[in-house]
Each structure stands twice: as C-alpha cells, then as structure tokens.
Ligand binder design. Structure first.
Ligand code: ATP
Length: 543
C-alpha cells in the first residue's frame, strides 16, 4: 500500500519472488514462471497483502476488540421479544422498525464477520454472461452397489449426444439429487462417450467397479419434481419383458390386474413412473401411461374386430376402456356398513353363500327381498324369496328409477329396489346382495359404496365333482328337483368367462367356489375385513 513516500514491500512476498528465481530450473514452462513473477510483483497483490496484514496486526493488538461477535443473534432475540408484546411504547416501536431495516442488519452482519475474523477469501460470483460456447460441466460420483443406477440414457435425436432420458424416482441417481433428465453425458469413468451408443455406455457402466464418475453437461430448467400422490388400481396385467416399446426394459415395473400402484410421476405422456403400493423398494419403475394403454387397447380391439372374432352384443358394456382407476383408501366407520355384493354365473352358489352368511348373524346381515316377474315356483311365498309382480308393473317402476339394479334372465325380470337397500344400510346392518351381473354398473356408485366379490367357478372337472358330491340342486330347473346337467355345467363356465371379460375390473375380491366350506370362510373374513380395515375404493367415493 502507498505509504507517503515509499512503497513498503511485504517481506513474505519478497521472499517468494527470490525463491521463484531460484526455481527456474524446475520443470515448468517459461510462460508459467513469467506469470507467477508478474503476479508476485503486481501492485494489486501487494496492496491486498498489506490490507490483510493491517487487519491482522490491529486484531492482534488490544486497540480494537469487539464487545461481542453475535450481534445478529441478539437482533433476532430482540425482534422475537418485541413481536410478542401486546403493547409497545413509541421507543419500542421505533426499535422494532429500525432492527428490521436491511441496512442495520447488513451493518451488524459485517460487524459480526469482522469480530469473528470471518474474512476468508470468498470465491467470486459465477459471471452471468459467460461465452456461449463455454459449457458448465458437473462431475458426479456415485458408489456402485447391487442397486441399479435408476436412470436411463438415450441418444438425443437432434444432437446425436448421449443424454439422461429419465431418472427413476427414489433410485440411486434420484437420491443423489445431481443427475437430471436432459443432462448430457460427456464422460463415464474418464471414457469419452462421444459417438458411442447407449449400449456401449451401459457396457462401460457394467464393467466398472466401485465409484462411477460421470461428467455431465447440466440440462436447463430441471428441478426436482415432487412425487405425485396418485394411487391407481391397474385393470390389466403388464409384463415389461414382452413390451417391445418400453424405452428401457430394466426400468419396467411389472404388475397384475388389481394391483394398486403409486404413480410418482406423470411427466412423460407415454411412460409413467410408479411403485407398487406397499412395496418397500424405493425406486420407481416405468409403466405405460393411461393414454398409451388406451391406444393399445383400441388398437387390439380394431385388430380383433377386423378378424371378426368375439363380437357379442354386450361388448358395449365394456365401452369404458379399463386401464387404471384412481383409488383412495376408505376408512371403516362404526355403524356404517358397505353393502356386500356377490357376483357370479347363475348356479355358481351365491345364494348358498349368502344364506350361510346371514345364518351366522340374522340381526346383522340382511338381504333385500328382490322383485321378479317370473312365475312363483311351488313352495315359494310372495315377499319371502321374491316379491312376485307383473312384468308391466315392474317395467314401469324401472322406468321411474325405483330399482338400483335389474336384469333380465331367460325372459324374466329380476330387480332390487333402491328403497330396500337403503333401508338396510340406514338401519346399521350389513346389506348383502347377489344381483344379476348386468346390475354392477348401476350399483357401483358413491351413494352405496359396495364391496364386490366375484364368486368364480373352479375348473369344469372340479365344478362337476364338487356339485355332484354335494347333490347340488340345479337352479336352472324350475322345481329345483334335480342336479345340474352337463350342458348347465358348461353354461356356468361360459357365463363365468363372459362376466370376467366384461366386469373383472369392478371386482374387489374373487373367491373360487370349489370347496364350499372354504369359500364360505373366505366370505366371512372379507365381511370382517370390510368392518375393520381401510380398503381401496374409487377416489371419487372418498372426496
Ligand atoms: N362349493 C359348492 N360345492 C357343492 N355344491 C355347491 C357349492 N356351492 C353351491 N353349491 C350348490 O349348488 C346349488 C346352486 O347354488 P345356489 O342356489 O347358491 O346358486 P346361485 O348362484 O344362487 O344360482 P342362481 O343365481 O341361479 O340363483 C345349490 O344346491 C348349492 O347348495
């Protein structure tokens, strides 16, 4: 620093300069030595060193010493104290106002920094207007473990460079917080990947041990997207290993129809990221998005129709394309019981199961007496098994919307009135229904929130065996006086296949009715579960 007449040279810098001259025989270029020599002789550096020395020497003497070095903490305490005062004097108000001023806070902050001798050199801010060609590179190191990286790569179509295609939520790459979709991969473990294919890069990754080092050019505008909370129930099976279109097979998440999936990201229009609900694996996997799956189903259906296969009339029932259904948990409420609905092929045993359940507690389980237009069978009583009514009267009531479900079977109408179901639910009883399967869509509404159990036949052989051994009565015989015929067994199997094709996405549970006692115990535990456990229902029922 200029000191009146003469510039005072710092002895340390002078020493450094002379040792530099002695070091001229070291293996360094002339350019490097020249640079250091100029720097050590520069006025700016000397001025800075002098300022530094001054501060140190002042600090060392007792001339200036701080009374305290935490004035900012005290400021915060005072503000906290003042803000809770119900009444404040004018002075108090002024102090409160002053202490919030940025200038005062800045001053105290600087004071504390000096008092704490916190004057380390700080790195300069990154210049805002860098040269366009200059790229920022980030170096990311991950320790390789048995866990996959949790990121996929691809060749960028326009630039031909290798880029991070997606980062799987919860995977190693995501947890590092350092790798983002769109980042350009420059090097992997010191190997330049320019001109390499994603497979080549995978090879490098697979062959590396220990730490993996990536050199990446960060993508613009990324940001850690938050996980979505959406849960869906899958209405189809998915096996990524046979999906020719999945961008990365290793990243696929396989699931079965009925599985509940936690959708963590819907950022990509075609490939969602999901986890199986309850799965402890943190890393999400890729599944086809709703839009993609709908397209696939429509495509498959047009192919089938072209071949002229399987075009039965009630296919329209499946007009709703079953892909994913958003679900939420419904918590049981004391005294409010969801109706239990047993669905299945005629003759499969729903009445038998229902009867047994009611017998366990006739006060608790109730079934509404259905209406029918079929003629009364011998031994039946009006109002007991059915209310027997004229077809025209029943049709009129159906038109008036008095039936929550109705269907036609072999020329006769069957139905359950809305009133009778509501009355049971409101009385705090468990309503158990075994309606015709066509009624499902009408029943599956938020007002009723039914729990739908599909009663499934076992194989044809086991069906015949069990029914014959039990001397089961055919429900196709008006007198209920004989067993099932060969044709009727076949009809049960056919009807079951049809019901499954049309409605399986509505089933909350499936019980195979082979051994009657076993099937019944399953029904009983389902009924108990319904009262005690939160269960997944369409999300709209919960909102
Ligand atoms: N697992 C089983 N093993 C043997 N017999 C069975 C079994 N389940 C039901 N049955 C018998 O099969 C017959 C038909 O059962 P059920 O009347 O319950 O059928 P359903 O499904 O109610 O038929 P529908 O819908 O036509 O009225 C009855 O005799 C019943 O006892």
């Amino acid at each position: 620093m200029a000191n009146g007449t003469k510039e005072r040279w710092d002895p340390a810098l002078t020493r450094l300069l002379s040792s530099l001259q002695q070091a001229s025989n070291l293996p360094s270029t002339e350019e490097e030595l020249g640079f250091l020599s100029t720097l050590l002789q520069s006025k700016e550096l000397h001025a800075l060193v002098n300022v530094h020395n001054k501060i140190i020497s002042n600090g060392a003497s007792d001339k200036f010493f701080p009374m305290l070095s935490t004035s900012m903490d005290i400021l915060a305490d005072v503000l906290e104290e003042l803000v809770h005062r119900p009444h404040m004097s004018e002075d108090g108000k002024e102090l409160f106002y002053l202490l919030q001023k940025p200038h005062i806070q800045g001053l105290l902050y600087s004071h504390d920094s000096v008092a704490q001798k916190d004057y380390y050199p700080h790195l300069p801010e990154i210049p805002r207007d860098t040269e366009e060609e200059e790229e920022t590179i980030k170096i990311v190191q991950l320790v390789k473990s048995n866990e996959p990286l949790g990121a996929t790569i691809k060749t960028d179509e326009s630039t031909g460079k290798i880029v991070i295609a997606r980062v799987m939520h919860g995977g190693a790459a995501d947890r590092s917080g350092l790798i983002h979709p769109g980042d350009e991969v420059v090097e992997v473990n010191n190997t330049n990947v320019e001109g390499k294919t994603p497979n080549d890069v995978l090879q490098i990754l697979q062959n590396s041990e220990g730490t993996i080092t990536f050199k990446l050019v960060p993508a613009d505008g990324k940001g850690g997207a938050r996980e979505s909370k959406v849960r869906v129930r899958a209405h189809f099976d998915y096996d990524s290993s046979v999906d020719p279109y999945i961008p990365c097979k290793e990243a696929g998440l396989d699931f079965r129809k009925g599985d509940v999936l936690h959708i963590v990201s819907q950022d990509d229009a075609y490939w969602w990221q999901a986890r199986k609900e309850g799965d402890r694996n943190m890393r999400a996997g890729l599944i086809p998005s709703r839009a993609l799956q709908e397209r696939r189903i429509i495509h498959d259906r047009t192919q089938t129709n072209k071949k002229g296969e399987d075009a039965e009339n009630d296919d329209f029932d499946r007009e709703q394309i079953a892909t994913y259904e958003e679900v939420a948990k419904l918590y049981p409420r004391p005294g409010m019981f969801r109706p239990l609905v047993l669905i299945g092929a005629p003759g499969i045993g729903r009445n038998e199961l229902k009867r047994r359940l009611i017998d366990t507690n006739t006060k608790k389980y109730k079934t509404p007496t259905p209406f029918t237009s079929r003629p009364m069978k011998p031994g039946e009583e009006n109002g007991k098994e059915y209310f027997f009514v004229q077809r025209e009267d029943m049709e009129k009531d159906i038109e008036k919307g008095k039936f929550i479900e109705f269907g036609e079977y072999k020329g006769n109408l069957y139905g359950t009135s809305a009133e009778s179901v509501k009355a049971i639910v409101n009385a705090g009883k468990v309503c158990i229904l075994n309606p015709h399967y066509q009624a499902l869509k009408m029943l599956r509404v938020p007002q009723l929130k039914p729990y739908i159990i599909y009663i499934k036949p076992p194989s044809l052989e086991v069906l015949k065996e069990t029914r014959n051994a039990y001397h089961a009565r055919s429900t196709f015989d008006i007198n209920n006086s004989r067993g099932f015929t060969e044709d009727e067994f076949n009809d049960i199997m056919k009807a079951a296949a049809r019901i499954e094709f049309l409605y399986d996405h509505f089933f909350d549970e499936t019980i195979v009715n082979d051994d009657l006692a076993l099937a019944f115990s399953q029904l009983l535990s389902a009924a108990n579960r319904l009262e005690t456990e939160p269960l997944w229902v369409p999300a709209s029922w919960v909102q």
